[in-house]
Design a protein around this ligand. Structure first.
Ligand code: NAD
Length: 284
C-alpha cells in the first residue's frame, strides 16, 4: 500500500466527484473540489455532506468519525486555477465530453505541474483526452457508482504511461480500501465492454422470445450468482446510457455491439429504466 497524496483535487462535484471526494477525505487526504460556479459549489458541498453522513449512519465509517470535521476539511472552489499548490493528484469527473475534459486537465497540468492527472471517463479514449498534455502524465481512474460502496477502480493505461505510475496509483487505490484492475486504453475498457455485451445479448434473447425478462435475470442471479441480472442492471444504469455506449462500441468494434431494435424502441418511448419507472422491469 502507498500513502495517499496529502492534497487531492477533484474537478466536478456531481454524482461521481462527490463520491470520489468522500473516499479520499475519509482516508485522510485534504481534498479540494473544483466546481463551475457558486450554485454548483453549494450543491457539491451538500452532496459530499449527504454522502458522508449517510455512510456514518449506515455504520460504514469508523466509530466516532467526525463527519463535520471531514466536511470542514474539504474545500470547494470555482475554477481549476484555485487548486492549492502541492496538489499531488487531480481526478476529473466533469461531464462526458472530450473537449471539456481536455480543457480542465490542460489547466490542471499548468496549475499543478507535479500532480498525477486522472480522468474518471466511463467510455472515452484516455489517449484522446490526454492529447495536448505532457505524455505519460494522464491515466484513467474509472470509479464505480456509488463510489464509497463499490470496491473496484479500473485503471486505464495509455501506452506512454510507465509501470511506476501505474503501481503508485494502484497503491493509492488500495489505500482507499479498493481493488484496481489495469486495462489497456481499448474501447469500453474491460468492464463496460463485457457488461454491455452481456446486456445486449439478454435484450436480443428477450426480443426473440427465449424467456421473459424476469426469467433471464433470475437465471443469471441464481444460476451464475450474479448479484443482479443483466436486464435489471441495464434498468439501473439507464437504457439511454447503455444505448449511447453500445453505439460507440459498435462504431469502434463492429456490429456485434449494434444496439438491438428493442433497446432503441424503449429509449424512444422514454422507458429508460429505474429513473423513468419503466425499463425491462417496472420500478415503483
Ligand atoms: P454529473 O453531471 O453528476 O457531475 C458533473 C459535475 O461536473 C457537475 O457537478 C458539474 O457542475 C461539474 N462541471 C461541469 N463543468 C465543469 C467545469 N468546467 N469545471 C468544474 N466542474 C464542472 O456527472 P457524473 O455522473 O458525476 O459523471 C462524471 C464523469 O464520471 C463522466 O465522465 C461520467 O462518464 C463518469 N462516470 C459516471 C458514472 C455514473 O454512474 N454516473 C460512473 C462511472 C463514471
Amino acid at each position: 500500500m502507498t500513502d495517499l497524496p496529502t492534497r487531492v483535487g477533484v474537478v466536478g462535484g456531481g454524482t461521481m466527484g462527490a463520491g470520489i471526494a468522500h473516499v479520499f477525505v475519509a482516508s485522510g487526504a485534504e481534498v479540494t473540489i473544483v466546481e463551475s460556479d457558486d450554485d454548483r459549489v453549494a450543491a457539491a458541498r451538500q452532496a459530499l455532506e449527504r454522502s458522508l453522513q449517510g455512510a456514518a449512519d449506515r455504520g460504514k465509517l469508523p466509530e466516532g468519525t467526525d463527519v463535520e470535521g471531514l466536511v470542514a476539511r474539504t474545500t470547494v472552489v470555482t475554477g481549476v486555477a484555485n487548486l492549492p499548490s502541492g496538489t499531488g493528484l487531480v481526478v476529473e469527473a466533469v461531464p462526458e465530453r472530450v473537449d471539456l475534459k481536455q480543457e480542465i486537465l490542460g489547466a490542471a497540468a499548468e496549475r499543478c505541474p507535479d500532480a498525477v492527472l486522472a480522468t474518471n471517463t466511463s467510455s472515452l479514449s484516455v489517449g484522446a483526452i490526454g492529447r495536448g498534455l505532457p505524455p505519460g502524465r494522464l491515466l484513467g481512474m474509472h470509479f464505480f457508482n456509488p463510489v464509497p460502496a463499490q470496491r473496484l477502480v479500473e485503471l486505464i493505461r495509455p501506452p506512454e504511461v510507465g509501470d511506476d505510475l501505474v503501481e503508485q496509483v494502484r497503491g493509492w487505490v488500495e489505500a482507499l480500501g479498493k481493488t484496481a484492475i489495469v486495462v489497456d486504453d481499448a474501447p469500453g475498457f474491460a468492464t463496460s465492454r463485457l457488461g454491455v455485451a452481456v446486456g445486449l445479448e439478454a435484450i436480443r434473447m428477450l426480443e426473440e422470445g427465449v424467456a421473459s425478462a424476469e426469467d433471464i435475470d433470475t437465471g443469471m442471479e441464481l444460476g451464475y450468482r450474479w448479484p443482479m441480472g443483466p436486464l435489471k442492471l441495464t434498468d439501473v444504469v439507464g437504457l439511454d446510457v447503455r444505448l449511447a455506449i453500445a453505439e460507440h462500441l459498435a462504431e469502434e468494434l463492429g456490429d456485434r455491439f449494434a444496439p438491438p431494435q428493442l433497446l432503441r424502441d424503449k429509449v424512444a418511448r422514454g422507458e429508460l429504466g429505474r429513473k423513468s419507472g419503466q425499463g425491462f422491469h417496472r420500478w415503483d
